[in-house]
Design a binder for this molecule. Structure first.
Ligand code: GSH
Length: 210
């Protein structure tokens, strides 16, 4: 049984979605951001960074959204959500997962938490926006051949991460869905029954297919 510490719509979203998609037994622990529960001594014992997600696996608290997605996909190879080790697709899978975690996510962190970065908040946000849009340009180029998923026809754990990160841009000046190829991609992802279950469980109603 997995235990997921989450807050709706945040970096726990993709992990929660993958747990649902893979039909893995899990319990949810809401971390109340309004009450700053992510910085409470109890939570900091589990996750010293004071962020979500935390996933308890075999009694050990694990963190980092992208790492958790890779871990879950690796634990159940029969689900086919990670390209096999010898597969060339594995290199692309790592490349784009790390691109999300190392390049796109930190830019989002600056967009949403500009006061935590050095410099004037408006300038931090402007720079973050430019970096985020450059990332969507990269993904739009990758998906220009109208592949069904980020790595090709096959669904992988990476798709859950990319979709979550696209969602975060929904209220930005240039949301990821303004790239038509990314919009078509995300329509397919949002059509998954597990996405609808996730939205219902997290109490989210926006950013759904019409
Ligand atoms: N590198 C972490 C970042 C997680 C993160 O920044 N989570 C945000 C929500 S999207 C959070 O918990 N923010 C609360 C805070 O910083 O106080 C990951 O990928 O899991």
């Amino acid at each position: 049984m997995y235990e997921l510490y989450y807050s709706p719509g945040t970096a726990s979203f993709a992990v929660h979605w993958l747990l649902i998609e893979m039909n893995l037994p899990h319990t949810l622990k809401l971390v109340d951001f309004d009450a700053r529960a992510q910085k409470s001594p109890d939570y900091l014992r589990l996750n010293p960074d004071g962020v979500v997600p935390t996933l308890v696996i075999n009694g050990a608290a694990r963190s980092e959204c992208a790492a958790l997605l890779l871990t879950l996909a690796d634990r159940y190879p029969a689900a086919g959500l990670a390209p096999a080790g010898a597969d060339d697709g594995r290199a692309a899978y790592y490349q784009w997962t790390f691109y999300c975690a190392n390049t796109l996510q930190p830019a989002y962190r600056n967009w949403f938490y500009p006061d935590q970065a050095p410099g004037e908040a408006a300038a931090v946000k402007d720079h973050a926006r430019m970096r985020i849009e450059a990332c969507w340009e990269r993904f739009a180029t990758l998906l220009a051949d109208e592949r069904r998923h980020v790595l090709g026809e096959r669904l992988t754990a990476l798709d859950f991460l990319v979709t979550m990160l696209m969602r975060w841009s929904r209220n930005m000046p240039r949301p990821a869905t303004q790239w038509p190829v990314l919009d078509r991609y995300v329509q397919r992802m949002r059509a998954m029954p597990s996405f609808k279950t996730l939205q219902a469980r997290e109490g989210l109603t926006d950013w759904a297919n019409a």
